[in-house]
Design a protein around this ligand. Sequence first.
Ligand SMILES: [Zn+2]
Length: 540
Amino acid sequence: MTRERLYLFDTTLRDGAQTNGVDFTLQDKLAIAAMLDDLGIDYVEGGYPGANLTDTQLFSEDRRLETTFTAFGMTRRPGRSASNDPGLVALLDAKADAICFVAKSWDYHVRVALETTEEENIASIRDSVRAARAKGREVLLDCEHFFDGYKANPAYALACAEAAYQEGARWLVLCDTNGGTLPHEIEAIVGDVVKRIPGDHVGIHAHNDTEQAVANSLAAVRAGARQIQGTLNGLGERCGNANLVSIIPTLKLKPEFSQAFDIGVSDEKLKSLAHVSRTLDEMLNRAPNRHAPYVGQSAFATKAGIHASAILKEPATYEHVAPEAVGNRRKLLVSDQAGKSNVLAELDRIGLIAELATLGIAIEKDDPRIARLLDVAKAREAVGYSYENAQASFELLARQTLGTVPNYFDVVQFDVRVEQRYNALGNKVTVAMAVVKVKIGNEVFISAAEGRGPVNALDVALRKDIAKFAPYIEKVELTDYRVRILNTGTEAVTRVLIEWKDETGQTWTTIGVSENIIDASVQAMTDSIVYKLLKSNAAA
Ligand SMILES: [Zn+2]
């Protein structure tokens, strides 16, 4: 069976850049475009040349990408000629392979927002598409508010798309600009449109305001559309755009789509998807969504003990696709509900069982050390520890219980002081100073340090004490710090989760629990350093 080609259009750098708090630099945009290009995305929309300096710079040079690098902009303004509209002229001069025009396709918007006639709006679409074609550009038309427009006046919405098609636009992209259309409506309306315009010229641009942007995109494909527009991680204003990170594996791994369509993303590149998703979060300095479908850390995490034994025997019993296909991995959670098979599976995953085997120590399910580890983990969880999201701390606990962690150092005492005062300039400042005493073997080290806050000051002082390990840990940095207060009232305990990153980009999370937030932080910090030393095979 020959498969039809389905095209992917990424607008992370244009529509995604509308997200609250997202501000891409030129370097960010170039890096993301290169990443999308490598992934096999057919179209990368870079931005809106002329609208801001970054986008103007982005389109001032040839970018030499495999993908069809696309500039976005408006059709000519009403009442002007194409050559007499500076915005359009700038767009036509942009160094882009394709131009994606946005135009109104809802008669109500034409009258109220554009304050022009329906005829003039269509003339503007025709003139703009013709001008871009004359420049040798591939042309797309984003039909803004298409679905709302179609419901109000189907003839006019279609006339806008058809005008562009007749002038040689490659794609007519039907936009659910307000994001309120539902999948069955999308399917019906796209079904109507492809009776007039061939489906292999029709695209879908869905927003996630009813959390159905992915479903809407797939509904459009079922009805005949052959281009999907979306963004990485569903970035976009309000509730975001259709999430390509969910759409791509669905198209690749679900038979209904994979047997009918080819996309530009190869099986091999699909395996980089989790990495691509996390890289974008990294650039935006956001903690990745653990529950993101396919690529989230919890997407293949199973909790109950009975499931874990089944998964080990036959993964397909509890997984809808193989996690490796998208570059993710199976994770078995250690929790209060966990049975021995979970613990054993987790020990296996972190390589501990293989490692012990090389030392001639075989661990079996009924090994008393497993029972002991389970008891320790349960006792810890009872007082507030949660190892599900702190696997580095769990690994340390496991290795300590099994007796395979060198004694690198002991924190024997610490003191931290936070002071608010006026500095010499008369500004109110808050400063933190810490003193940490550490024992390494029989030697005692005491260091003091200032920091941006108490945790930072402790971190700096501790690292001074254990300077002998500096080569292993100097590049380790704290990337995320989360605090939760458990229980309420006077019995409250504080749980601190800290995420760390080293020079190779490897990340890990450690946990500390205490009635005191500083104490909890020191526990997590100590775990992190020991974990890193262990992973680096540092000698004690
Ligand atoms: Zn949009």
